[in-house]
Design a protein around this ligand. Structure first.
Ligand code: ADP
Length: 324
């Protein structure tokens, strides 16, 4: 392998910059020509490709977002788009492509490999919703951001004896909601992976809490549930109507995607970036980086995309016990 391109795709996540830096510097370390591709697969199709050196990635390890920018690209899901991307890759002499992104980006990379590109995937998403890995780059930072917001909301909820509904990101997965709920002492956590009964699991828990002398109540609403039952504001109104407890809804939104990456995200991104490029150097490709039993391993991209993942149901049990 003489040259490698790197891109970020799908939703951005803190730590993507640390991953770009690791990929670029590892390539340069081994004498490989490194190229950055802007705006995900769009840059591959339009030829927004530029050579990078060790200094191109200076001073970014601590920055959120992605210097390569990211986007979704409809055209890349078509045969015509793939052919174009392959032509441009050839024009720039790219032998391999490192894709930092989520499941959708992995699918794009897998399809692109069928056109002859050697690909490597790095898991970059705050949602931790990639089946093949226990951990994704950006997840830790996002959880800490939500935790910080939850702690602040709890302060004011206590002062006013309020109930707070906090809507958090995670797409169709409840990993952020579950962990933050446990760490922040939520009374109720609503996850897309678990059925719930509105009266029993929400109203009764809140009213029982009040009867037991609680001064505030936190309901964590995962994005995947909000999509089905309405958002935090709607749920807050329903809870207030039925319990008589003043209830406020907060939708955290995009602050969850930004910010300086945590140590864990930086270290993971760095280690995965180095591993991905070292594998390519050794002639291994069409793999994705994963965390398995807390170790970084690589698995086949097709196999990765066929896997499924569930939330930690044991953790949900903790909430039952700890929120009395
Ligand atoms: P994420 O990578 O965060 O899951 P998306 O699901 O939006 O984000 O995927 C990012 C991009 O990956 C899409 O805009 C598209 O260009 C590409 N992609 C997604 N699914 C496919 C697919 N089945 N085939 C080819 N490309 C895909």
């Amino acid at each position: 392998i003489k040259s490698i391109g790197v891109l970020t795709s799908g939703g951005d996540a803190p730590g993507m910059n640390a991953a770009i830096r690791a990929v670029v510097r590892t390539g340069i370390y081994y004498g490989i020509k490194m190229f950055g591709i802007r705006k995900g697969y769009n840059g591959l199709i339009s030829g927004d490709i530029f050579e990078m050196n060790a200094r191109s990635v200076s001073d970014i390890v601590h920055r959120g977002g992605t210097i390569l920018q990211t986007a979704r690209c409809k055209e890349f899901t078509t045969d015509e788009g793939m052919q174009k991307a392959m032509s441009l890759s050839r024009a720039f002499g790219l032998d391999a492509l490192v894709v930092i992104g989520g499941d959708g980006s992995y699918r794009g990379a897998r399809d692109f490999s069928k056109y002859g590109m050697k690909v490597m995937g790095l898991p970059g998403t705050i949602d931790n919703d990639i089946a093949s890995t226990e951990y994704t780059i950006g997840y830790d930072t996002a959880m800490n951001t939500v935790q910080d917001a939850l702690d602040k909301i709890r302060d004011t909820a206590y002062s006013h004896e309020r109930c707070s509904v906090l809507e958090v990101m995670g797409r169709h997965a409840g990993h952020i909601a579950l962990n933050v709920g446990v760490a922040g002492g939520a009374e109720v956590i609503l996850l897309p992976e678990k059925q719930f009964d509105f009266d029993k699991d929400i109203i009764r828990r809140i009213v029982q809490g009040r009867n037991n002398g609680k001064k505030n109540y936190i309901i964590i609403l995962a994005e995947g549930v909000a999509e089905k039952i309405g958002g935090a504001l709607e749920l807050a109104k329903k809870v207030e109507d039925l319990t008589g407890i003043e209830t406020r809804g907060t939708v955290l939104g995009y602050i969850q995607r930004g910010g300086s990456p945590s140590i864990r995200d930086r270290v993971m991104a760095s280690a995965m970036g180095v591993k991905a490029v070292e594998l390519l150097k050794d002639g291994v490709y069409n793999r994705v980086m994963c965390v398995e039993k807390a170790k970084i391993v690589d698995i086949d991209i097709d196999e990765a995309l066929s896997m499924t993942k569930d939330i930690d149901h044991e953790m949900l049990r903790l909430v039952e016990i700890l929120s009395i």
